[in-house]
Write a protein that binds this ligand. Structure first.
Ligand code: ZN
Ligand code: ZN
Length: 247
């Protein structure tokens, strides 16, 4: 049975609305803080039931705090999502039609790539085939910055990936839209973009980089969990939580 919504829940939700996304550590800290500040009757360490209470009130408003994994560090994150508009139209209040078309094109590039990335050059070139109003190079670059700032894309050294927020919020849309092109991670069963792929052509499973790090940690000879062929990729180091909070 869901509990009553208290000021502590409202405080948490307001912070969630400001941030859009939070990792589990931050969410736990905030939950504790809100429970203490508003003298909540809720157990401050039970984050999941705290969020369940909020979600039961958000449901009629077609909103939800949804949990998912970051492809960058493998940590759980919470995202405030809109459940009524499950596709890119979700972004239409903030972006013009040609801007949304560029976002779709970027998503196409990322989904069809092997490593879940699209270079800024490829994105700039994709504007040549735009159906809506064409964009200048400088406009496109500005727009990409906005997508990063609004947490729809992430950027590292001129390469763009779908942000954690985007993947968690748009996963149902991505699965429906790119059915054959997207693969799930063999370990965590979420959609996989930034990942390693088994080179056995009859297998070809994908595993997220942090899932690779976790799965192969401490194994002497890495073998594919599906076909047992030798896993030829460099195994990323298993990241401790602290290293990512400093970034
Ligand atoms: Zn995974
Ligand atoms: Zn394999």
């Amino acid at each position: 049975m869901s509990q009553r919504m208290e000021d502590s829940h409202r405080g948490f939700l307001q912070a969630m609305m400001r941030n859009g996304i939070m990792d589990r550590q931050e969410a736990k800290r905030l939950c504790k803080l809100c429970c203490e500040r508003y003298k909540s009757s809720h157990a401050p360490d039970n984050l999941d039931s705290f969020i369940d209470t909020i979600n039961s009130k958000l449901q009629p408003l077609f909103m939800q705090i949804r949990k998912g994994m970051s492809e960058d560090d493998g940590n759980q994150h919470y995202v405030l999502v809109n459940t009524a508009e499950t596709d890119i139209t979700r972004m239409s209040s903030d972006y013009a039609d040609n801007e949304l078309e560029l976002f779709r094109k970027t998503m196409d590039l990322i989904v069809s790539s092997e490593n879940g990335k699209a270079s800024s050059t490829d994105i700039l070139n994709s504007t040549d085939t735009m159906a809506s109003k064409k964009m200048k190079k400088s406009q496109t670059e500005q727009l990409l910055k906005r997508f990063v700032c609004d947490k729809w894309l992430s950027e590292k050294q001129g390469e763009y990936t779908l942000s954690t927020r985007c993947i968690i919020e748009m996963e149902p849309y991505i699965r429906a839209m790119y059915q054959d092109q997207v693969k799930m991670c063999h370990i965590c069963h979420n959609v996989a973009f930034q990942c390693q792929i088994c080179e056995n052509p009859t297998c070809g499973i994908k595993i997220h980089n942090p899932c690779v790090a976790r799965y192969f940690k401490g194994r002497v000879e890495p073998r594919c969990p599906a076909c047992e062929d030798f896993w030829p990729h460099e195994i990323p180091e298993f990241q401790q939580r602290q290293s990512q909070s400093k970034r």
